[in-house]
Design a protein around this ligand. Sequence first.
Ligand SMILES: [Fe+2]
Ligand SMILES: [Fe+2]
Length: 333
Amino acid sequence: MSPIATPSLPRSRGPLSHALISTIAGEAPHAQTFPVPHPVIADPLGADAQLALYICYELHYHGFSGVDDGWEWDPGLLAFRHELEDQFLATLRGQTSGANDATAALDRLAVEPQQGSGLSDYLSERGTWVQMREFFAHRSLYHLKEGDPHAWVIPRLSGAAKAALVAVEFDEYGGGRVERMHSTLFANLLREAGMSSRYLAYLDCVPPESLATVNFMSLCGLHRNLRAALVGLFAATEITTAPSARRIVAGLTRLGAPRACRHFYTEHIEADAVHEQILRHDIVAQMIQDDPKCEGDIVFGIEASELLEQRLARFVLDKWNRELSSLMPVAGG
Ligand SMILES: [Fe+2]
Ligand SMILES: [Fe+2]
């Protein structure tokens, strides 16, 4: 797999993302002060704020072509990002329970809903190939950097929990083999589906509901004080992925999809069943034993990621049930 080509800046979606994009495009950070230190954020979960936050975070991953690397740690840009993060976090905290029982929260996730109402249920039973490809586009934002937001937590853990988390990440990165990295498997899936495997190819096409799921991972990965929330969201992902991957495989088989499309998901049926056990027993339980005060944050990570996934599913299913596209009508490459 060739190295990632630095992506282009996306199109703005409102005044916040416009101010950010127009400032960082082509200007080195020392040339001017960031112009929006205290932004007015009408909707922290909306398209403008979520895209602006996504761009801020992307400076820590691969950056953008034509954007000076120095913007990553520009104080003005960080102050702007801080305001976006504060309101994003406040919104999520306001919509989660504040509960303190991680085992109960994980057990609840592990119980399959009686009547399937998620994206994978829809795709398993009646999704079209066009809708399946839309699903791939939404997921491409995370799967093409699979494991990366979680890797930031490694130096913030210690002891047995740290060793166990690295074991899970080792699998996400293909056990040291580039052709088995999960991001590589997803790039193969995209190409076999006739789609672009270019990093961030679909950034302009996805709704804020998709951006928010990945922004939450980056937020928790980048803040040491959210390390337990990062572990919570990682556990939630691992618990829900195996059953949903099984349903996606059923949908892909029903549609006669290419083998590489199925391979990404079949790989996750087994791998994530193992990862779930490691997350539950060797990481979450160990962290709580080491520091009982972190349990509330673990629950927050579980609940907030679940909330954001449900929001995305509602948005997409509402579109599909009305026979509309869940992507924005912008060419993504
Ligand atoms: Fe994975
Ligand atoms: Fe996994």
